[in-house]
Design a protein around this ligand. Structure first.
Ligand SMILES: Cc1cc2nc3c(=O)[nH]c(=O)nc-3n(C[C@H](O)[C@H](O)[C@H](O)COP(=O)(O)OP(=O)(O)OC[C@H]3O[C@@H](n4cnc5c(N)ncnc54)[C@H](O)[C@@H]3O)c2cc1C
Length: 443
């Protein structure tokens, strides 16, 4: 049945019925922060359904995780919940800049005006969850792990969930939020039943997580810097200090030309890192090389939608609405900022979702589309443009320092050191983005 044909039959969300039951699909950063916001408003009960197992019961420390850098856009969203930023900061490391290793050449240092908070993705999820459990009763907040959403009935306002063990069951909602990541089931429902236009594309880069100790023998990397190294213009590593002297990160490579595909033993893996990423290879043990060998390759699906809601209280938030390449580290920042924007709109419209959701799409779409452009084209792959990138970064800083009224910082500093809306960052950086775009036809 075409969703549009049945429009008259579907009840709109009654703005006066309180508390409203909001079902959130996905307990990632966006879904969990949204639960905090809704519960803080005192007008909702919240149920979350998450496909993965309960992180409190299983060791997820090295399972599909990577460090996430949070700057002001994400942090200001977290700050609205008392005590949350402090709890997250306690599990994080603050990085003051980046060191770029360049083979035998001297490493390049890029200082940061604002320190970047870096936290492991699963650890961030754990803190958000623990704070929810500590603050709200099971009457107000329920969370079910190992439970995947498999179907949505917009007409009946129900979702069907499939637990890992046992039979599927159905729950009713007043509002449904798809915070279920880039491969969102809720987005699929909106595409099929509500005419949502959505473009989905795997980006060329794939990644594998790497876990090291920051110090080994007499080798020690700086504790408050992000460490990166380019092997060629398609393969690079980003390693970020974590509490407990750990160094977590990823190796990123072109999915079509996986440089580690043919390596089948821990010794070969170790030799690959020692040869091509010597700063990190020295810190790698044979055990880590073995674990690395068996870890899955991750692919990133980029998503672009023409709206984030339907007229019947279904909303997409975070990666399900606008997943992007991690190249500029903004996916999670933008996902958390979504929650801040939605929270403000619920306040403005007195929790009337019939008004707040269209307003959310209208306000957030330009920024989401700009974020996609910035993520795809801020950082060039072409060698000459990489040199120009660093020259512009340095010149941009100096000129902005001397003549702030005439010169804005370069694109990376606008992204990382400010909380300007992404659409404004794109407008200010359009000439550079166009230049990179012209040089990267494959993207
Ligand atoms: C290598 C890498 C590095 C990154 N670094 C950064 C960074 O430095 N800074 C930054 O801001 N961003 C970064 N990101 C992006 C960031 O990880 C995402 O933008 C962020 O996690 C999005 O949060 P989310 O809650 O929307 O989605 P997710 O984190 O994807 O969470 C979605 C949840 O929904 C669950 N789910 C999915 N389908 C279902 C279903 N059918 N039923 C029930 N549950 C379901 C999933 O299991 C998952 O737990 C990085 C991403 C990658 C891959």
């Amino acid at each position: 049945m075409n969703f549009d044909e049945s429009e008259d039959e579907i009840p709109l969300m009654p703005p006066t019925t309180m508390p409203l039951t909001i079902v959130i699909i996905g307990a990632g950063p966006a879904g969990l922060l949204l639960a905090h916001y809704l519960l803080q408003r005192g007008k909702y009960t919240v149920e979350i359904y998450e496909r993965r197992p309960d992180p409190r019961l299983t060791d997820v420390s090295q399972d599909r995780t990577f460090p996430i850098s949070l700057q002001e856009r994400g942090r200001k969203a977290i700050r609205m919940i008392p005590g949350l930023e402090e709890a997250i900061a306690a599990e994080s490391v603050f990085c003051q800049g980046t060191i770029v290793y360049q083979g035998k050449k001297q490493a390049r240092r890029i200082a940061r005006e604002q320190p970047i908070l870096s936290i492991d993705r699963n650890r961030l999820v754990m803190v958000l969850l623990q704070q929810l459990m500590a603050q709200y009763s099971s009457e107000q907040f329920k969370i079910h792990f190992g439970c995947a959403c498999i179907q949505v009935d917009g007409l009946g306002k129900t979702v069907t969930l499939q637990p890992d063990t046992g039979d599927a069951f159905t729950v009713a909602y007043d509002g449904l939020v798809g915070a279920d990541g880039a491969r969102s089931q809720i987005r699929d429902y909106l595409v099929q039943q509500s005419g949502l236009q959505c473009d989905q594309q795997y980006i060329a880069d794939a990644y594998k997580s790497v876990f090291l100790q920051r110090c080994r023998g007499d080798v020690e990397l700086e504790p408050d810097k992000i460490h990166t190294c380019n092997f060629d213009n398609k393969t690079r590593m980003i390693m970020v200090p974590q509490p407990g002297d750990r160094l977590n990160g990823v190796i990123i490579f072109n999915a079509e030309q996986n440089p580690i595909e043919g390596l089948s033993t821990p010794e070969a893996i170790l030799a690959f890192f020692q040869q091509n990423f010597p700063q990190f290879g020295q810190l790698m043990t044979l055990e880590e090389a073995e674990a690395f060998l068996h870890r899955p390759v991750g692919r990133v699906l980029a998503v672009r939608c023409d709206r984030f809601h339907d007229d019947h209280a279904v909303l997409l938030l975070g990666d399900s609405a606008h997943a992007v390449s991690p190249s500029i580290g903004q996916g999670c920042n933008a996902s958390l900022e979504d929650v801040l924007v939605l929270g403000r709109l619920l306040e403005t419209y007195d929790d009337d979702w019939n008004q707040a959701l269209p307003a959310f799409s209208q306000q957030r779409l330009p920024d989401a589309h700009a974020l996609r452009e910035l993520s795809d084209y801020s950082f060039p792959r072409n060698k000459l443009l990489v040199i120009e990138f660093f020259l512009r970064l340095t010149a941009g800083r100096l000129l902005h320092q001397w003549f702030p009224q005439w010169f804005k910082p370069f694109v990376f500093d606008l992204i990382l050191d400010t909380d300007l809306p992404y659409s404004q960052v794109l407008t200010l950086s359009q000439a550079w983005i166009n230049k990179v775009k012209r040089s990267s036809p494959a993207l």
